[in-house]
Design a protein around this ligand. Structure first.
Ligand code: CA
Length: 226
């Protein structure tokens, strides 16, 4: 997956962090480039045409991470993972709906960050896997071709949105998704309901599938299917 061609741009004004992230990415076969300001980031991104961007929110110069994201998004869908330092930054990242693909909160483990990078790349590079069947646990199988979920081979009845939510979580396995992302992904951008809609449906999934479903509440964020 990660090959020598997989360019990742690290936008971070703290050299300790960017050096560490670069080290881990390099070790995993990526080709990382650093930019220590928003202005520099735009140049490096233009030059290197990365497969993914790691973007610090709080940058020292004129442009912060959100500005950079906005500029990049104006003409590119390259995956962006935000690196946030504080809760209010997370709120801004999520609130502005800038199209971030994921984010990590500092301090983060570089190993975890690299895992996220791979997960996001996997998701964008192979949006449609051949097999419609996903094993969610030893007992739970989701068959999107049959539009069916079985536990120990026995079908479980789901409302359409419940099924769609489970499928969306399964397609983004291992990635923490905000309620807003889930609403957009499952209910669509024009849906007017609020976050509780997601909570209600998650409760249904847990009720119907029980503890075998490894659906984690990520505090302050949303949900993640492991
Ligand atoms: Ca910073």
């Amino acid at each position: 997956m990660a090959s020598d061609d997989t360019v990742v741009v690290i936008v971070e004004d703290d050299p300790n962090i960017s050096d560490l992230v670069e080290l881990y990415l390099r070790r995993d076969g990526f080709r990382p480039y650093q930019a220590d300001s928003g202005e520099r980031a735009l140049d490096v991104i233009r030059e290197r045409d990365p497969s993914l961007i790691l973007l610090d929110v709080g940058l020292g110069g004129e442009l912060d991470g959100l500005d950079v994201c906005r500029r990049v998004r104006a003409d590119s869908q390259v995956p962006i993972i935000f690196m946030t330092a504080r809760d209010d930054e997370i709120d801004r990242v999520l609130g502005l709906e800038l199209g971030a693909d994921d984010y990590v909160t500092k301090p983060f483990s570089p190993r975890e960050l690299v895992a996220r990078v791979k997960a996001v790349l996997r998701r964008v590079e192979a949006p449609r896997r051949i097999s419609p069947v996903t094993e969610l646990s030893d007992r739970i199988v989701l068959d999107s071709a049959r539009h069916e979920v079985t536990v120990d081979g026995a079908p479980v009845a789901f409302a359409t949105r419940e099924f769609d939510l489970l499928k969306y979580l399964a397609d983004n396995r291992g990635i923490a998704l905000s309620r807003r992302q889930l609403l957009d992904g499952v209910w669509g951008h024009d849906w007017v309901g609020d976050d509780r809609t997601v909570d209600v449906h998650v409760r249904q999934l847990r009720k119907k599938l029980g503890d075998d479903l490894d659906l984690v509440t990520v505090w302050g964020v949303g949900y993640r299917l492991d």
